[in-house]
Design a protein around this ligand. Sequence first.
Ligand SMILES: Nc1ncnc2c1ncn2[C@@H]1O[C@H](COP(=O)(O)OP(=O)(O)OP(=O)(O)O)[C@@H](O)[C@H]1O
Ligand SMILES: [Mg+2]
Length: 337
Amino acid sequence: MSSVTTKKSDLASLMWTEKYRPQKLEDVVGQKDIIKGISNLIKGRDLPHMLFSGPAGVGKTTAALCIVKELFGTSWRDNVLQLNASDERGIKMVREKVKEFTRWGSPTGEQETKELFKIIILDEADEMTSEAQTALRRMMEDGARTTRFIIICNYLSQIIEPIQSRCVVFRFTRLPKEVVLEHMEEIAKKEGVKYDEKALAHIYDATGGDMRHSINIMQAAAGMGAINSANVTSAIGLSGRSKVGEVVKLALAGKFNEARAKLLELTQVYGMSEGDFMKYASQEAYEMKLENPGQFAEIMAEYDYRLASGAHPEIQMAALLAQLGKLGGSSSSGKKD
Ligand SMILES: Nc1ncnc2c1ncn2[C@@H]1O[C@H](COP(=O)(O)OP(=O)(O)OP(=O)(O)O)[C@@H](O)[C@H]1O
Ligand SMILES: [Mg+2]
């Protein structure tokens, strides 16, 4: 039923981070002790719940996916539920999915594993309120016969104690320089792109052990011809920045879909934070000499506030673009794309 062919969007398959995402635990670079610990755990019959914490782009989600691929082989998709706590806010959604999942009963498929459970990967769990986490804790107990959780977060301190104590905790750390440099070189060689070591070191210094961000900058520089210092410098700063103005223009012109796609590229490929986007967008708009700068500023302030108060960034940014579309006037409103 399921096969190994991955159905990725065009953007995802073009992205080196996806192309070179490790498929086996042993291919996850750095994090040696953690990988050894996990490998030993999944060899045992009685798989515990696991909790992965640590900074962005160091292999947490990747390791979780490797685990389920190793446990279930090609039929992993039939036995795994991948949820993002911040995408589907509200415990109701999570609970329904967990219930439904638990009802499915024992794993199916051709896996050689003897285990009788399915796995729920719950990413960004630290985005959940503590009430939601309390409910989650109950679900972990209710589903104990059939379900194992791999809970992933950036900040362990944001996870309630009763959940922590029900899991084997693995603390992922920023990746050391040698490890990231070596991995980047390997990718550059496979891609047949020219690179120099100083430029790679520069990337590391700018990203500080975040492999996703490092690879994305590398790819952006390679897109300019080679991974050299000049291209890396502009990939880090300018190339992303110059696109901010384009997003603002598209949004003001009512081209919502185009604006949103460009914005996603900025946040995902260039690793630009929503906060930085807001800052640059305000500067760009100032230079554009808008007809109604006051209204523009009000909209930006409103969304800046929403982001700061913890509203879901992707949703808020989409709403912001829609608002700017209204502000842009009736000249080219509506769905142009
Ligand atoms: N330890 C690693 N070894 C090899 N590649 C890695 C490693 N960590 C990250 N990467 C690369 O970065 C990409 C993103 O990694 P991953 O999704 O595992 O990050 P994460 O730790 O879950 O981060 P976040 O907290 O942002 O979700 C991977 O697809 C892979 O290309
Ligand atoms: Mg992740």
